[in-house]
Each structure stands twice: as structure tokens, then as C-alpha cells.
Design a protein around this ligand. Structure first.
Ligand SMILES: Cc1cc2nc3c(=O)[nH]c(=O)nc-3n(C[C@H](O)[C@H](O)[C@H](O)COP(=O)(O)OP(=O)(O)OC[C@H]3O[C@@H](n4cnc5c(N)ncnc54)[C@H](O)[C@@H]3O)c2cc1C
Length: 388
């Protein structure tokens, strides 16, 4: 096959096929059963880790595959397309893996990356706070220096997968020694540290992965818990945001593909007026529309990943925001149309379609809301005045 600017490489296609095969062996029933019984997806997580798919973007010398964000995004999408959308893929290898690979010391990379790559030392990511919300510049979790290192204090909310993580990459503010101003810094905090507590938030998403309120009460950390340069916290943080958006977009396009596949299979079979309901344009057209919207979102996601992997952070930023927006919209519409196509069955647990609605909807809110993306595009792409 000849490769064009609009197709992925043969290696990427092979990676997708291998992940799809592996995920198909687990499938939606496994995922939902674990979610409803309070179980976890640890077996699937460790298996993708063992095959090298989880850490495909981590440098080879630290146990990864040496690939790019486009590779790990493909893994995330294929898992979701088989009904196993794993939010921790966005967080552990993509955000934390990227930040540590790019800014950690050799010793820090050796300590944390191999476990992120094979799935045995998952890392969660905590920036959101109850009072700051979308306005991350207002976070109040603080890092105070003491003789042995750092003391962290604060509170985080909606933090995914803390119960499954060995560590959490926490965004806190440290006092600048010269100016006294508070600047954002990144710290790796073990989930079993004294003073680190978390409680699950009951959510309506059908997923084994949960969100948590996190209480950080004078947690003591060694000096080398600080990742990278204390004066470049913001730059380092932003380095993790483009991968986050590209992964979130892939999570959404995967989910959208799964919803659409389910809807198409159903409308081909179900007959009400003596012909499959898919023969009515009232049902066929919205599904065709979803197909188009999903392919457009996938194309933009692949563009964002290609730009990021080529080192063009600025262009990747715009494309990643647009991809994430388009993918979340495509997923919401695909899930809604899949429910409609199933009629009453669309609301039953047996058919498992309505459960996709909330997961798809979360993509419009997290990790960055559609409004903040529109703010970004208005300001940076259109040159409009900042509106907030
Ligand atoms: C399933 C899920 C998993 C998550 N996992 C994590 C995680 O692992 N780690 C983590 O740190 N966080 C996580 N989050 C948090 C998530 O990133 C936040 O919920 C999100 O950033 C929005 O913040 P908020 O909920 O405080 O909403 P708010 O900031 O209160 O915003 C509420 C609404 O107001 C809108 N709004 C606010 N300001 C503006 C403005 N200037 N212009 C226009 N509209 C505006 C927002 O777009 C939103 O629609 C998760 C959230 C969910 C739902």
C-alpha cells in the first residue's frame, strides 16, 4: 500500500488491528460487567501493557515502544471502538508519560516510566480543584519547602483512577524564592503517602474507572518528587495538554464508532413495517451523518498527532483543540442516534446503549470543556479579544 499524507503508516494500521483483536476478546460485556459489579479492568490494562501497547509512546530505553502520541492515541481509539474506553490511557501514558519523558531527570524517568509503560505503576493526574474549576490559574494546592523536601497541602476533585494508581502527578503552587509569587509545579505523589486520602464520587458513567475527591493534608515528599524545572512548571504543564486533548479526541471517536456500529447492526436486523428499519431514511441519514462526522474528527485527530509528533507544538495546539471539540460532538450525536435507532431497547441495560450517553457527554466537559475550546479558537485562530 502506498502511503499518502492522508493515511496512517502500515505499522499504525497493524497496531490498530492488533489492539482491536485483543480488545475484542474482552468486549463491551466484560467492561460493563466490571463496572456494574464494582470490578476493575486490571486484566485488560496489564495485557495491553504486556504487549507494549500501553507504553507505545514511552521511550524505548525506559521500557516503552519509542513511538509517538499518534500511536498511543490509536490504541486508545481501538479499545473504545470495541466497547472498552479506558480513561486512564489519557492520563497515565499520555499526560504523565509525556511530561516525565520530556522533563524528568534520568533517575526520575528510570523510576516511573517503566511502570507506566507496562501498566504496573499507573499514574493519575490531578489539576482540577473545587473552587478553581476551569480556571486552573486559581488553584490553591500549595507546596512548601522544608528541610527534607516538600510539604503539600490542598484538595483536588474529579481525579480519575486514583484507586488504581501507584502515584499521582499533582499540580501545586510553590513559592518563588525571589519574588514570593506562587508558581505552578508538578509533583509525583505516591497514593499511599501519609496524609494523602481519597474518596470516590458517585458518577452516572457506566465505567469501572472512577473519579475521586482527593485530600492532601501536609503530605511530605522528598526533594526529587518535583518533576523537571521548578521555574518552568507552566511550560511543562502545557506540554502535557496537547497529548491529553489528542487522547481525549481518540477516546471520543472510539466511543462514537462503537455506538454507530451497534446502531447499524441493529437497524439492519430490526423489522417493523416489513423491512429493516435501516431502509427508512429517517434512520439511515442520521447514521450516515455520524459516519461523516466521526471520519472528520478522526482525520483532525490524526493531523493533531502528526503535528505534535513532528514537534510543532503551536500548530498541534490548535489542531488538538479542534479535534477534541469535533470528536466530543461526534460522540454525543452518535450515542444519541444509536439510542433512537434502538427504540425502547435503547434505554434497556440489556442493549447497553443508553449507558454510552453519559460517557460521550463527559467528553464535552473533560479534560477541557467545549466552551474553553471555543474561547481558544476565538482568541488564537480568529484573533478575537479574550472573553474571560
Ligand atoms: C469523567 C471525568 C473525569 C475527569 N478526570 C480528571 C482527572 O483525572 N484529573 C483532573 O485534574 N480533572 C479531571 N476531571 C475534571 C475536569 O477536567 C473538569 O470537570 C473540567 O475541566 C471542568 O471544570 P469544572 O467541572 O470545575 O467546571 P466549571 O469550571 O465549574 O465550569 C462549568 C461550566 O461553565 C463553563 N465555563 C466556565 N468558564 C467559562 C468561560 N470563561 N467561558 C465560557 N464557559 C465557561 C464550562 O465550560 C462548563 O461548561 C474529570 C472530569 C470528568 C467529568
Amino acid at each position: 500500500m502506498t502511503e499518502t499524507a492522508f493515511t496512517e503508516t502500515e505499522e499504525r494500521a497493524a497496531l490498530r488491528a492488533a489492539v482491536a483483536k485483543l480488545a475484542g476478546g474482552y468486549g463491551r460485556d466484560y467492561f460493563v460487567q466490571q463496572a456494574r459489579s464494582g470490578g476493575k479492568t486490571t486484566d485488560l490494562w496489564l495485557e495491553i501493557g504486556r504487549h507494549g501497547y500501553l507504553g507505545v509512546n514511552i521511550p524505548e530505553e525506559y521500557g516503552g515502544g519509542g513511538g509517538g502520541i499518534g500511536d498511543v492515541a490509536a490504541v486508545c481509539e481501538e479499545l473504545a471502538a470495541k466497547g472498552c474506553p479506558l480513561l486512564m490511557m489519557v492520563v497515565s501514558p499520555a499526560i504523565c508519560g509525556t511530561v516525565i519523558s520530556r522533563f524528568g531527570t534520568a533517575e526520575q524517568k528510570q523510576r516511573w516510566l517503566p511502570g507506566i509503560a507496562d501498566g504496573t505503576q499507573t499514574m493519575a493526574f490531578a489539576i482540577t480543584e473545587p473552587d478553581a474549576g476551569t480556571n486552573s490559574h486559581n488553584i490553591t494546592t500549595t507546596a512548601r519547602r522544608d528541610a527534607d523536601g516538600w510539604v503539600l497541602k490542598g484538595r483536588k476533585i474529579y481525579i480519575s483512577g486514583v484507586d488504581e494508581a501507584a502515584n499521582v502527578l499533582v499540580v501545586a503552587r510553590a513559592e518563588d524564592a525571589k519574588s514570593g509569587r506562587l508558581k505552578p509545579c508538578l509533583f509525583v505523589v505516591p497514593t499511599d503517602a501519609e496524609g494523602f486520602e481519597y474518596t470516590p464520587i458517585p458518577m452516572e458513567i457506566v465505567s469501572p474507572e472512577q473519579q475521586f475527591s482527593v485530600f492532601i493534608d501536609d503530605v511530605r515528599l522528598p526533594a526529587d518528587a518535583l518533576v523537571g524545572d521548578e521555574d518552568a512548571g507552566l511550560v511543562q504543564l502545557f506540554a502535557g495538554l496537547n497529548p491529553e486533548r489528542i487522547m481525549a479526541a481518540s477516546f471520543s471517536t472510539g466511543l462514537a464508532r462503537f455506538a454507530l456500529d451497534k446502531a447499524v447492526a441493529y437497524v439492519k436486523e430490526r423489522e417493523v413495517f416489513g423491512a429493516p428499519i435501516g431502509s427508512h431514511q429517517g434512520l439511515a441519514h442520521p447514521l450516515a451523518q455520524s459516519k461523516i462526522e466521526i471520519e472528520l474528527a478522526r482525520l483532525m485527530t490524526q493531523k493533531a498527532a502528526a503535528l505534535y509528533d513532528a514537534g510543532d507544538d503551536a500548530a498541534a495546539g490548535e489542531a488538538a483543540n479542534m479535534a477534541k471539540y469535533a470528536a466530543a460532538e461526534a460522540a454525543c450525536d452518535a450515542a444519541d442516534r444509536a439510542v433512537q435507532a434502538h427504540g425502547g431497547n435503547g434505554i434497556t441495560q440489556e442493549y447497553g446503549v443508553a449507558g454510552l450517553l453519559v460517557a460521550a457527554r463527559a467528553g464535552r466537559i473533560a479534560p477541557v470543556s467545549r466552551e474553553m475550546i471555543l474561547n481558544f479558537v476565538g482568541m488564537h485562530s480568529l484573533g478575537l479579544p479574550k472573553s474571560y
